[in-house]
Ligand binder design. Structure first.
Ligand code: PRP
Ligand code: URA
Length: 214
C-alpha cells in the first residue's frame, strides 16, 4: 500500500489492481472491457476493504466430524452505489458478498457549479450492527461522496466505508473534513483536478464510459 499524506485514505495498489487501472485509463478501452474491468477492480478491492469485518463462531458438521468455523457477524452488509457510475461496481462486489443488501443514492454533479444534485434515495433500514459500503468509481471534488454519506448518516447509518477506483487529493480531503470517521479506499490516488472538476490523469467520465453514453 503506497505512502501518502492522507490519514483517512488507504490506496489498494496490488499489482493486479494497478494492471487493470492502467487499462481503464486508456482512452481506447471499449465500453465492454471498461465495464468488466470496473467490476473486477471492485471485487479485488472488496477483499481488502472487508478485511476487518467482525466474525462469530459457528458449529459445522463436516462429512467426517463436528468442528467450528466462522461467519461474518451482524446484519447483512449493505452496498450503496452512488448512481449512476457506482452501479458499475455492484456486480463485482456481490460476486464476493452475494447476500449483501443494495441501497441506491442518486446524485449527479451539476456541470457548472460541480455541486451534487440529489434525485433518488432508497436504502435498507439502518440498524446498529450493519456495515455500509458506499461505492463510486470517482472521488473528484468529493461533493457527491460527502453528500451521499451525509444522507446515509441522516438515515441512521454508522459503520460506513467509502470505496472508489480513482481519488483526487481534493476529494480525499473533503471526506476527511466532513466525515473523518469514514475510511476511504481507492485503487489510485491521482494528481489533481482540472478547471472542470475532472481528475488528472484520471480516466475521463466514468458513467459515460461504463454505460456508453458518449
Ligand atoms: C461522477 C462520479 C461521481 C462524481 C464525482 O458522477 O461517478 O459520482 O461525478 O465527482 P465529485 O467528487 O466532484 O462529486 P456524475 O455526476 O458524472 O454522474 P453519473 O454517475 O450519473 O455519470
Ligand atoms: N466524475 C468522473 O466521472 N470523472 C472525473 O474525472 C470526475 C468526476
Amino acid at each position: 500500500m503506497s505512502p501518502h499524506a492522507h490519514p483517512n485514505l488507504t490506496v489498494l495498489d496490488h499489482p493486479l489492481i494497478r494492471h487493470k487501472v492502467a487499462i481503464l485509463r486508456d482512452r481506447a478501452t471499449p465500453t465492454k472491457d471498461f465495464k468488466q474491468l470496473v467490476n473486477e477492480i471492485a471485487m479485488l478491492m472488496t477483499y481488502e476493504v472487508t478485511r476487518d469485518l467482525a466474525t462469530e463462531q459457528v458449529d459445522v458438521e463436516t462429512p467426517l466430524e463436528k468442528t467450528t468455523g466462522e461467519r461474518v457477524a451482524g446484519k447483512k452488509l449493505t452496498l450503496v452505489p452512488i448512481l449512476r457510475a457506482g452501479l458499475g461496481m455492484v456486480e463485482g462486489i456481490t460476486h464476493l458478498i452475494p447476500s449483501a443488501r443494495v441501497g441506491h443514492v442518486g446524485l449527479f454533479r451539476d456541470h457548472d457549479t460541480l455541486q451534487p444534485v440529489s434525485y433518488y434515495f432508497k436504502v435498507p433500514s439502518a440498524e446498529a450492527d450493519r456495515d455500509w459500503l458506499v461505492v463510486d468509481p470517482m472521488l473528484a471534488t468529493g461533493g457527491s461522496a460527502v453528500a451521499a454519506v451525509a444522507s446515509l448518516k441522516a438515515a441512521g447509518a454508522e459503520r460506513i466505508r467509502f470505496l472508489c477506483i480513482v481519488a483526487a487529493p481534493e476529494g480525499v480531503e473533503a471526506m476527511a473534513g466532513a466525515h473523518p470517521d469514514v475510511p476511504v479506499f481507492a485503487a489510485a490516488l491521482d494528481r489533481q483536478l482540472n478547471d472542470r472538476g475532472y481528475i488528472l490523469p484520471g480516466l475521463g467520465d466514468a458513467g459515460d464510459r461504463i454505460f456508453g453514453t458518449r
